[in-house]
Design a binder for this molecule. Structure first.
Ligand code: RP5
Length: 173
């Protein structure tokens, strides 16, 4: 049987080359950070997902960020819990925009990670999102919005995503 060929809209084709890095301090952060990965997937933005700890694997962090721009990474998302310095240390090692997601993995339920991520001293910025899954989802959406500034096709996909979200909200409970 002949192979079925289907014409595809090139604008709708998802990217295969990762433009966003999704880093997390531990594999245990995976279930939360998956929200970033998922929404980026819905927008057709490929991401490179890694477990990299600022304190357990500092060399891995340095090496990853050193080669990131050449590999096509344009935005870095960092999720970490506890004394969460992953986003801040990552931001110190790259000129790429860094978005931080505080993870609610500690006995302080993410308040520690929120303060550690958001309270960057002036000079090295980290764009900090909300604690937990909502923050991870919004980090993905914000990363896409940053990329969309110079990518009209992605801007259209983002607008469509927003419209679908609006359409899914019922007018009455
Ligand atoms: C942080 O410590 C990680 O980001 C994680 O949220 C937390 C706990 O890590 P595990 O002990 O589960 O590896 O560095």
């Amino acid at each position: 049987m002949a192979a079925r060929t289907r014409k595809r809209d090139p604008k709708a084709r998802p990217e295969t080359k990762a433009r966003v890095a999704v880093l997390m301090g531990s594999a245990s952060d995976g279930p939360v950070m998956r929200a970033a990965e998922q929404v980026l997937g819905e927008l057709g933005v490929a991401c490179d997902v890694r477990v990299i700890s600022a304190h357990r694997t500092p060399q891995r962090l340095f090496d990853f960020l050193a080669g990131a721009p050449e590999r096509g990474i344009e935005v870095v998302i960092c999720g970490a819990g506890g004394a969460a310095h992953l986003a801040g240390v990552a931001a110190a090692h790259t000129l790429l925009p860094v978005l931080g997601v505080p993870i609610d993995s500690s006995p302080l339920q993410g308040l520690d990670a929120l303060l550690a991520t958001v309270q960057m001293p002036g000079g090295i910025p980290v764009g900090t999102l909300a604690i937990g899954k909502a923050g991870a989802k919004n980090a993905g959406l914000l990363a896409a919005a940053i990329l969309a500034l110079a990518d009209p096709a992605l801007r259209r996909r983002l607008a469509d995503w927003r419209q679908r979200q609006a359409d899914a909200v019922p007018e009455r409970p």
